[in-house]
Design a binder for this molecule. Structure first.
Ligand SMILES: [Fe+2]
Ligand SMILES: [Fe+2]
Length: 447
């Protein structure tokens, strides 16, 4: 059987196939090079391959070279980066299709970034009314609560769906109420996100959730639910909708959660216990900051300097989250990778209202998908630019955080830095698990 290898794509001009089975996704995550027979069924123009070592590449078939030899099991040096394809200019994107009547010029309501935030605020207000000075209360407010933490459910994968189906409710006869905090990467497909969150609402008395990067993959993989995401974003900007992108999908997810009773905003469980999801993205200086200021773990960061010189991005970082698409005012259309800081800044801005209204008393549990501190990342340095944002740490401390839970790294931890406890309990990918998953981490607080 012939196999295929990438000859040109290598992170530049990546595209996502329109449909991929979860079985193929699983195999790809395991680092296998997919054979031609397994390329995306029914889509002759696209093929699915995986870069040796880590990560997915989706490439046009013309960028693949057919070989009769089986792929080498040894990781290969990445081919020299090709010249990136010339992206369409904003003007070209806005150009009407041939034969279509020209669209009338749209009024600029306000700055693009403000419009984005206004759309988010409108969705947020349905859970936490605009002008309310303090965080709202959950249904069942008061009494004894246990907060459970989990991340990276990745229920696009059958093995993880099986785990969720077997996951028992923590409710017991003791009468305590149970809250679960889900720190992102539930799934990419919206129907999988919905089914997963719906299952959790049946098992827990309150569900808090912040989307991760996998939820915001939009190009191609979002095709099935693109219309609803587009309609959701357009609803907030009549006459001047944003282009279809990952932020549209974020708004659609927030709207989806409203219907399920899942909270994406802050709320109080009791007068002494509160939960606050925080939106985030990664920033390319995540480890660079560490290089400049490392006082602990210096040997690790010395190695970073020697291996990748701090600043140059690895091919894997450049191709990370290639399935996302962002508004032009957040990230330049021709940017490779989304670690330039624009996306991270936009996400942090969404948190400003909730952080400013944090309660003055009681314990606050915050959650984000990405890491707020470099010390928490112990994985491969070649993905360091795509792991976290140090500015997030300042926000969670402003919210008076006692415990912060996050995901994304798929490396569990429970550590205290500067008086804040940081935890991760990730289900992760099936091939990463050795032994039975311990289930969500339970946090207990004194009444
Ligand atoms: Fe994940
Ligand atoms: Fe992630």
């Amino acid at each position: 059987m012939a196999s295929w290898r990438v000859t040109a794509a290598n992170g530049a001009g990546l595209r996502c196939a329109s449909s991929v089975s979860s079985a193929i996704m699983c195999r790809a995550y395991r680092g296998e090079v997919l054979r031609a027979r397994d390329a995306v069924a029914g889509d002759a123009g696209w093929a699915c391959v995986v870069k040796p070592g880590y990560g997915l590449l989706w490439a046009l078939r013309r960028d693949l070279e057919r070989t009769d030899a089986p792929p080498s099991p040894a990781p290969a040096e990445p081919p020299a980066p090709p010249a990136p394809p010339t992206p369409p200019t904003p003007a070209a994107r806005a150009a009407p299709a041939a034969g279509a009547p020209p669209a009338p010029p749209l009024p600029l309501l306000d700055a693009p970034g403000d419009r984005l935030v206004r759309a988010f605020r409108a969705a947020e207000a349905e859970e936490w009314p605009a002008g309310a000075p303090r965080w709202p209360r959950v249904a069942g407010f008061g009494g004894a609560w246990v907060v459970h933490v989990i991340s990276d459910l990745h229920t696009d994968m059958a093995e993880n769906r099986d785990w969720l189906a077997r996951h028992p409710s923590p409710r017991t006869a003791d009468g305590a109420k149970h809250c679960v905090v889900v720190a992102g990467d539930v799934a990419t497909k919206l129907d999988a996100v919905e089914a997963t969150l719906r299952a959790l609402t049946a098992s827990y008395d309150a569900v808090f959730y912040v989307p991760g990067n996998h939820e915001l993959w939009y190009v191609g993989v979002a095709g099935a639910h693109e219309p609803e995401a587009w309609a959701e974003a357009s609803r907030f900007s009549p006459g001047n909708p944003p282009k279809r992108d990952s932020f549209c999908k974020l708004l659609a997810i927030v709207r989806l959660c409203r219907g399920l009773g899942v909270r994406t905003g802050p709320a109080s469980l009791t007068d002494a216990l509160h939960v606050c999801p925080l939106f985030s993205w990664y920033r390319g200086t995540f480890l660079d900051d560490a290089c400049a200021t490392a006082s602990d773990g210096a040997s690790v960061f010395t190695k970073v300097r020697r291996d990748v010189g701090c600043c140059p991005a690895s091919p894997q970082e450049l191709g990370f989250d290639a399935g996302c698409a962002w508004p032009a005012h957040v990230q330049a259309a021709d940017a490779r990778g989304s670690f330039g800081g624009g996306v991270a800044d936009a996400m942090l801005r969404l948190n400003e209202r909730r952080v400013a209204a944090a309660p003055e008393n009681g314990a606050v549990v915050t959650c984000s998908h990405f890491l707020p501190r470099r010390e928490l990342y112990v994985g491969w340095r070649g993905l360091g630019k795509c792991m976290g944002d140090p500015r997030l740490d300042a926000q969670l401390r402003k919210a008076r955080c006692a415990v912060h839970c996050c995901g994304h790294a798929h490396t569990d931890f429970d550590a205290t830095h500067g008086g804040v406890r940081y935890v991760q309990r990730a289900l992760g990918y099936p091939h990463e698990r050795y032994g039975a998953f311990r289930g969500p981490l339970a946090l207990e607080f004194p009444p």
